[in-house]
Design a protein around this ligand. Structure first.
Ligand code: SF4
Length: 231
């Protein structure tokens, strides 16, 4: 598995847990706002971690860690992800998976085999506008819908989350997303943070007031809707 980053300890990435975060390389989306450009489109001279380096770290820190977050890039692109996670689970650690939801078969298999404990799935936009963010040459909404439907069945603890940009998301879009995700366990809106380091720095954030109005709009559909990371 291509591992391009390791955050040794975080209190932010796994809700309520002390975790290490592992960043896999490569992604099938090209979200313009992505802050992980070097993970999505790795430079030719990129230095990867060996799996043994990761496990050496996890063994050293096992006493202070509750779990491991696996993020990207898109982790489910890696066929050896289940084997990698199985080694983490053998250590007795929890595993949270961040995913863009394009590989529902992998997500189902990881859940059904007890390999993951929490899923955070990105919802890029309403169904109609999804690929305006994902920016795929060949886009398959059915895979995204399948992942959403599976998570909503409640086999595992999960959240949906959307990064919100002023130029992309309005109240009609939020209403469409609310109707789609209706009944979901948890939904987080994350404000876009301007940066020159993103894939395409063309967006700006909404005001805090507008974001709060989106949360109120969504609550009838998903009562457990919140803002995350607002300064
Ligand atoms: S799915 Fe995630 S990692 Fe991939 S381009 Fe979009 S924001 Fe970046």
């Amino acid at each position: 598995m291509l591992i391009l980053g390791l955050q040794k300890t975080t209190l932010l990435d796994y809700p309520g847990k002390v975790a290490s975060t592992i960043f896999t390389g490569g992604c099938n989306f090209r979200c313009p706002y992505c802050h992980n450009r070097d993970l999505v489109i790795p430079p030719s001279d990129v230095m990867a971690y060996s799996e043994e380096e990761i496990f050496t770290h996890l063994i050293q820190k096992k006493k202070v860690l509750d779990g491991v977050c696996i993020t990207g890039g898109e982790p489910t692109l890696h066929k050896d992800l289940p084997d990698f996670i199985a080694r983490i689970k053998e250590m007795g650690l929890l595993v949270k998976l961040d995913s863009n939801g394009t590989n529902p078969e992998m997500i189902k298999s990881l859940v059904n085999n007890g390999l993951i404990d929490y899923v955070a799935m990105d919802i890029k936009h309403s169904k109609e506008k999804y690929n305006t963010i994902a920016s795929m040459k060949s886009f398959d909404l059915a895979a995204i819908e399948e992942s959403v439907d599976f998570l909503k069945e409640g086999h595992i603890d999960y959240e949906f989350r959307t990064t919100i940009m002023k130029e992309c998301h309005n109240s009609e879009d939020m209403d469409a997303i609310g109707k789609w995700l209706q009944g979901a366990k948890a939904y987080f809106l994350q404000s876009y943070k301007e940066s020159e380091q993103v894939i395409n720095p063309i967006f700006t954030p909404h005001s805090a007031e507008t974001l709060e109005s989106f949360v109120e709009l969504l609550k009838p559909y998903i009562p457990n809707t919140h803002l995350r990371g607002i300064d």
